[in-house]
Design a protein around this ligand. Structure first.
Ligand code: ATP
Length: 492
């Protein structure tokens, strides 16, 4: 981690672009004037592209992937969307392909055979395992970071070290390879701790321990009992932070950052944020907590320095970078970075995207993000997750889901499928998180009402869902609402 320092370009979601390292402003800086005439060759290219529309492949099978498929399927540029392996919901908008997310050779073969113009990777595991490197080596366009850049999620010790180098605010902590050293460190701490397996552990490798004595038990499980296998070869032990969590997702093309509309999710299984940690039981967008001042700080203190640090470290980032933050009284601090879209935040965020998702993701892949124009609808969105009984542990499956058509017919509602499968003419449950019932409304309360009305229209045996998604945000004053923003910073 050394080399020369050259600051990344960064464009605000709203308002003027940040100042570049050479002191100029980005493309949103003044200027005005009329648009230049479009040359005939460009018209021809546009005509050609519309006439010979393209095919895309989405990799994954959850609610996030259904949201990506929905966004891509709406693009007039596309002839067909494939999803591997997909679910019962993606099958309605795309063609599901029976290839697993870890079958890289088969995915590559499929993409070549079908002349796929763009592959979009949903989950972190294939990214960390190098699917982007493999596709690129074969000359294919793919959205997501390389294995080197995906280490920001796949190796929490790397992320922690990089944050230190880049002076990114995060919890005070240390990384350990040896059980004895970690144990000694824990013994010196008197406040609450969080112990994290360094590798990927399907969202289960983090132990939040208000009592440091529990941290020793967590350490034993990770490093001695090896409950997460090699993912627990190293650990991060850090201070327990207090505050409110916020998810910030930004598109990054190596040199330019575009921060998407904000979202907050509800990680705990039970109402009032009680019970076990889950992959997420619901989300809403925008997050009133994310004031323009806070977002400017997140960009300046977190996103720009970490993207810079990755590039300097020889791992330029491309794709979507997810920063899981704790907003503390001392400011935003990073809990984790993810190298992909969040689930269920993506369902709520993309529900509000008005721009062509294919164009936007293509701009990232082609390094044209600075020129992208991004439009959002003003209405907030709320996503309520319906889960199987037992989730997040061993859970039921095979339950018939009823009422999907009724919910889908409701105004401004979309039911994203996650763990579902088609069994002849029936849709049945096939996972822990089953559906992400999403709705928009004139304000957050209206979106929440609509989402829950749709949830009530759906039935499967022993369905579990929280009844308070977005409730904590309703007590907070709404921030200035984004009607439309551009990566160039200009208001259309
Ligand atoms: P996931 O993949 O599910 O997003 P993960 O396994 O990568 O999660 P983290 O996001 O680092 O792990 O942590 C999971 C949760 O643990 C966080 O959402 C947060 O609630 C809690 N957590 C993590 N680090 C801290 C900390 N330092 N202080 C307080 N809570 C924390």
């Amino acid at each position: 981690m050394g080399a020369s320092r050259q600051e990344v370009r960064c464009y605000h979601r709203r308002g003027a672009p940040s100042r570049l390292s050479d002191g100029r402003l980005g493309r949103g800086d003044g200027g005005g004037g009329s648009e230049p005439a479009i040359p005939p060759a460009l018209w021809a290219a546009v005509f050609f592209r519309y006439k010979y529309r393209m095919r895309v492949l989405v990799i994954g099978s959850g609610g996030r992937e259904h949201a990506l498929v929905r966004g891509l399927a709406a693009s007039p540029r596309l002839e067909r969307v494939y999803c591997a392996p997909g679910n019962a919901g993606t099958a309605q908008l795309a063609e599901n392909v029976a290839i697993g997310v870890d079958e890289h050779a088969r995915l590559l073969e499929f993409a070549c055979a079908q002349n796929i113009a763009l592959t979009v990777v949903g989950p972190e595991a294939p990214l960390c395992a190098g699917i982007v490197d493999r596709f690129r080596a074969a000359g294919l366009r793919i959205f997501g970071p390389t294995a080197a850049a995906a280490r920001i999620e796949g190796d929490k010790t790397y992320a922690k070290r990089l944050m230190k180098v880049a002076h990114v605010p995060t919890a005070e902590g240390r990384c350990f390879e040896r059980y004895g050293d970690a144990r000694e460190y824990i013994a010196t701490r008197e406040t609450g701790l969080v112990v994290k397996a360094a590798g990927l552990a399907a969202g289960k490798g983090v132990f939040v321990c208000p009592d440091p004595a529990d941290a020793l038990i967590a350490l034993e499980q990770i490093m001695l009992q090896r409950v997460f296998g090699v993912a627990g070869d190293q650990v991060v032990v850090e201070d327990l932070l207090k505050g409110e969590e916020l998810s910030v997702l930004a598109l990054v093309d190596g040199n330019t950052i575009y921060v998407l509309e904000t979202a907050q999710d509800h990680k705990r299984i039970g109402d009032g944020d009680c019970g076990a940690n889950t992959g997420g039981m619901g989300a809403y967008s925008p997050a009133p907590l994310a004031t323009p001042e806070l977002m400017a700080r997140v960009e300046r203190e977190i996103l720009v320095p970490i993207v810079d640090a990755l590039r300097i470290d020889g791992a330029p980032y491309g794709g979507v970078l997810y920063a899981g933050l704790m907003v503390t009284p001392a400011g935003p601090k990073v809990l984790e970075f993810n190298c992909r879209f969040g689930d269920p935040e993506t369902q709520a965020i993309l529900f509000r995207l008005e721009s062509d998702l294919f164009e936007l993701l293509s701009a990232v892949v082609d390094g044209r993000l600075a020129d992208a124009v991004v439009r959002w609808r003003a209405q907030p969105a709320v996503c309520v997750v319906m889960a199987s009984r037992g989730y997040p542990d061993a859970h039921e499956s095979g339950k018939v889901i009823e009422g999907l058509d009724r919910a889908a017919a409701m105004e401004d509602v979309f039911v994203f499928h996650a763990g579902t499968r088609q069994l002849e003419h029936l849709t049945v449950t096939a996972g822990g998180r089953v559906l992400g019932v999403t709705a928009a409304g004139d304000d957050l309360a209206a979106a929440q009402r609509r989402a829950y009305a749709a949830v009530e229209a759906i039935h499967f045996d022993n369905a579990c869902f929280r009844r308070d998604i977005a409730a904590r945000a309703l007590g907070r004053a709404a921030p200035a609402r984004a009607v439309a923003t551009t990566a160039r910073g200009a208001q259309p």
